[in-house]
Ligand binder design. Structure first.
Ligand code: ZN
Length: 140
């Protein structure tokens, strides 16, 4: 059901400050930077071998990432699992009694379809299901 860990999401206060560590120290290639207005985030994707890192900077105080950093500081925010047929996966997961934050996928960075599981149902980890489509394969 899960194809791979598509990416790991990391909350940062400032992309500008965070990026040099990834690009200059770890020498990861920057795939792109994109604002996802609906989520109140600016994201940078970095290729890390077969998976990716997604740095998330809040663009306003109401952003879930702003709230996360306020409560817990910068750091690992979510683990994204690559799937096909995301709606079917959501329905299967719900049938097993796991709470989803989204019952239907929404459009995230790179045009991917995404839905999050509630961390109260998953032992404290915020898991994202993520389905990449055709043209957006450069992110997945
Ligand atoms: Zn993500």
């Amino acid at each position: 059901m899960i194809k791979k860990v598509d990416h790991i999401g990391i909350a940062v206060a400032s992309l500008e400050k965070a990026l040099p560590f990834y690009t200059e120290v770890l020498k990861l290639s920057l795939l792109g930077i994109e604002v996802v207005e609906s989520e109140g985030v600016k994201v940078a994707f970095l290729q890390a071998g077969e998976t990716k890192l997604e740095l998330l900077e809040p663009t306003n105080e109401e952003s879930p990432i702003a709230k996360f950093i306020e409560k817990r500081g910068e750091g690992i925010h979510h683990v994204a699992l690559g799937v096909d047929s995301i709606q079917e996966r959501i329905d299967e997961i719900k049938e097993k009694g796991i709470r989803m934050i989204q019952d239907q996928p929404k459009t995230g960075a790179g045009g991917a379809l995404v839905a999050f599981m509630h961390p109260k149902s998953t032992g404290g980890v915020l898991y994202e299901l993520c389905e990449k489509k055709g043209m957006e394969e450069q992110h997945g």
